[in-house]
Design a binder for this molecule. Structure first.
Ligand code: PGA
Length: 245
């Protein structure tokens, strides 16, 4: 059986100014011993500076989004996966529900972004998740597996990470219970097929906090967490990392 190294990812969303770079020293001061794998995804404006403040640590960096175009060109405002790699990123989140909803990103666009990430040598963290009304209608698994199938990169090579983030749990303080998370993660793993499923890490996201992280991370198919709000607080994020390590 493949061992999947636990991954804790922090998604700062549209938060953070240069004065907040002190986060890095405060976070590092709280780490207790050898950690699981850690990635921080600040806004693009802070990636370069955060890379400097985190240099010499094992904390990886990620982008929150990338362009679907792998090549440079006339795409005003877009940031390519290659540019993120150039800043030292190892990961990039694609298909977050906030982008699917407020930027109308389709599964096809998310797939193109995941493929662009892989071609730049990045690991895409591909987000999927159902809305509350879909869960209440008993359609959560069907919705998530449909999104997954249409968002996965077609290129066979390259590592990917999946993040299951129920939309109703994001930023609401309502997290999926461990049983709900485990059931969906197992369904996602099965849908990935035997080989890919065995080696692919599936993160849970949606109101992960120090108080609920241990129960969620104890689920056999939960390989880590994608943490939004709690990742802005270096002490809270370090607590989650320490619990996962
Ligand atoms: P949250 O966000 O932890 O603030 O719910 C998670 C996410 O959107 O990735």
């Amino acid at each position: 059986m493949a061992t999947r190294r636990t991954l804790i990812a922090g998604n700062w969303k549209m938060h953070g100014l240069r004065r907040d770079l002190v986060w890095a020293a405060r976070f590092r001061a709280q780490l207790a011993g050898p950690a699981c794998e850690i990635v921080v995804c600040p806004p693009a404006t802070l990636i370069g500076a955060l890379a400097d403040t985190l240099s010499g640590s094992d904390v990886a960096l990620g982008g929150q989004d990338c362009a679907a175009n792998a090549e440079e060109g006339p795409h005003t405002g877009d940031i390519s996966a290659r540019m993120l790699a150039d800043l030292g990123c190892r990961y990039v989140i694609v298909g977050h529900s906030e982008r699917r909803e407020t930027h109308y990103e389709s599964d096809a666009l998310v797939r193109a972004k995941a493929e662009a990430a892989i071609s730049a040598g990045l690991v895409p963290i591909i987000c999927v998740g159902e809305r509350l009304e879909e869960r209440e209608a008993g359609k959560a698994e069907a919705v998530v597996l449909t999104q997954l199938a249409a968002s996965l990169p077609r290129v066979p090579a390259g590592e990917i990470v999946i993040a299951y983030e129920p939309v109703w749990a994001i930023g609401t303080g309502l997290n999926a219970g461990p049983d709900e998370a485990q059931a969906m993660h197992a369904a996602i793993r099965a849908a990935l097929g035997a080989d890919t499923g065995e080696r692919t890490r599936i993160l849970y996201g949606g109101s992960v906090k120090p108080a609920n992280a241990a129960d969620l991370l104890a689920c056999p198919d939960v390989d880590g967490a994608l943490v939004g709000g709690a990742s802005l607080d270096p002490e809270a994020f370090a607590l989650i990392v320490n619990l996962a390590s």
